[in-house]
Design a protein around this ligand. Structure first.
Ligand code: HEM
Length: 488
């Protein structure tokens, strides 16, 4: 944009910097920062501009603005900001979700697109079903550590689909390997790391006092390399991966690799699936469990819908999906009620732009405040309440609101959403068919507090510490699970 035409155009409004710059750094890492952004949007307008040391942040509070900039103008708005901590960990050149917009990202995205587009994702349903049976069996064995059961389910699907690897139900070495980096992956983008707000800090030598972040980043960089290489090696050499009924993503795509660079890209695409796909799927299922404990009437209604179809004699299957609108409405409400990536992933724009009379400088860090969109009072009455009915028409059919915006925008929209949504659907329908999820009682029959906390580490917000009882609905329900596993 020529200097002349942007002259006199203001930046979008925003709070004075003293409201968000703390004493030492440009720290805007207040808890649940998306709520703060949302309050500011009410005060200053739906496009917010925050200026911190050397960084300009734009926050889009409404779906309309996010759709216009991140989708319709996505040619300019599809890059990612350079986050020093990710860069030091080597992730800016090793993870689809961090890559800057460009040729490498396009190649990576193409692999994802082919492997996980809507109809390709259908291929993975037998794997999802098998892993669901494992989850059900696990829940029959022990209700302790529910989070770990759910996490294993999500990890088992991704590792099998991508690498053809079958996880052990407890303490699997591959799961441990990839988990070792997950915390770093999720939190590296956070302003809790001073270097993210003061990028020049990255140049201080690692041995210096105060450079602990550099030593940490280096150790994580090596872990990330191992995490990509070890499962990849397995997928390309192990007979178990190469000779199963399903050909996993890595062996399937390796034949079209023509150079070492192509192999590196495939390894990166494969590795990105785990980091981006496991925690998100598992957290969504955990939010569903929280909702079921808090809203027993909704749970009962959902169970009745499923019983009508299965007659209590089998587990629900994917082919039942279209006959179960209430289950689908519950899932949409889970995604809306507690969006697990409340600010999405930051986009960055490669060009200056003008929007609604404001100047948007290139290189801005752009967040879509998904959390705020899920609280749109016009669309969602009483937004804090968990109410699946808001996604149903008067005749009980699903309406058009699929809450797709919770999966991001434009060219960067989550490429794993079909796989993720199918894993979540199966978990939700099967748990409802087989178990009652209720508030736990102590020895003397008193209700134990639900105890759940939503963390806000880095870019995700996920529920932890849920205390609940999850018991088979009947002897028959238990027997069906055992039959599916071939145990009876
Ligand atoms: C089920 C719950 C899931 C949710 C809520 C979710 C949400 C998101 C969001 C909000 C983004 C950012 C999009 C943007 O920048 O505008 C994203 C990106 C991404 N997701 Fe997901 N996701 C889920 C599951 C998955 C799964 C199962 C996979 C892998 C198979 C996956 C792989 C990715 C990748 C690779 C990216 C980065 C895309 C890019 O930068 O081009 N996600 N996801």
């Amino acid at each position: 944009i020529p200097w002349r035409s942007r002259r006199n155009l203001p930046y979008p409004p925003g709070p004075p910097s003293k409201n968000y710059l703390s004493k030492n750094t440009s720290d805007i890492s207040v808890p649940y920062v998306w709520c703060r952004y949302s309050e500011w949007a009410k005060e200053y307008g739906s496009i917010l501009y925050l200026r911190t040391f050397g960084q300009q942040i734009i926050i889009l509070d409404s779906l309309e603005d996010a759709t216009e900039l991140l989708e319709r103008r996505s040619k300019s708005y599809s890059s990612r900001p350079i986050v020093p901590m990710y860069d030091l960990m080597g992730l800016m050149q090793a993870s689809v979700s961090m890559r800057l917009y460009g040729e490498e990202w396009r190649k990576l995205r193409r692999i994802f697109q082919q492997a996980f587009k809507s109809d390709s994702s259908l291929e993975y349903r037998p794997i999802q079903t098998k892993k669901m049976h494992d989850l059900m069996y696990g829940l029959l064995q022990t209700q302790e550590d529910l989070e770990s059961h759910v996490h294993t389910y999500a990890a088992a699907i991704i590792l099998s689909v991508i690498y053809g690897y079958n996880v052990a139900l407890n303490g699997d070495p591959f799961v441990k390997l990839v988990e070792s980096t997950l915390e770093a992956f999720v939190s590296a983008g956070s302003p809790q790391w001073s270097v993210n707000s003061l990028p020049f800090l990255r140049y201080i030598p690692s041995w210096m006092p105060g450079a602990g972040f550099k030593r940490y980043a280096e150790s994580m960089r090596l872990e990330f390399v191992k995490q990509r290489e070890v499962p990849f090696q397995y997928a390309t050499t192990s007979p178990a991966a190469l000779e199963g009924a399903h050909i996993p993503v890595v062996p399937k795509f390796i034949n079209s690799c023509k150079s070492d660079m192509d192999i590196k890209i495939l390894m990166e695409a494969a590795g990105s699936g785990y980091g981006a796909g496991v925690g998100t799927t598992a957290s969504t299922i955990m939010v569903f469990l929280v909702a079921m404990v808090l809203y027993p009437d909704i749970q009962k209604k959902a169970q009745e819908e499923i019983d009508c179809i299965t007659k209590g004699n089998r587990l629900p299957e994917y082919s039942d999906q279209i006959h179960l609108p209430y289950i689908q409405a519950i899932i949409r409400e889970v995604i809306r009620w507690k969006p697990i990536v409340p600010l999405g992933l930051a986009h960055a724009n490669n060009d200056d732009d003008i929007y609604k009379g404001y100047f948007i400088p290139k290189g801005s860090i752009i967040y879509a405040n998904i959390w705020s969109m899920t609280r749109d009072p016009v669309k969602y009455k009483d937004p804090e309440a968990f109410d699946p009915e808001r996604f149903l028409t008067e005749t009980g059919d699903l309406n058009d609101d699929e809450v797709t915006y919770a999966f991001g925008f434009g060219r960067r929209i989550c490429p794993g959403r079909h796989l993720g949504a199918a894993s979540v659907w199966l978990a939700v329908a099967t748990i409802l068919a087989s178990f009652n999820v209720e508030q736990k009682k102590d020895g003397s029959g008193h209700l134990i507090p639900v105890g759940v906390k939503f963390t806000d580490k880095g870019v995700t917000s996920s529920p932890h510490g849920l205390q609940c009882s999850i018991m088979p609905r009947s002897e028959r329900a238990k027997q069906i699970i055992l039959e599916c596993r071939g145990e009876v």
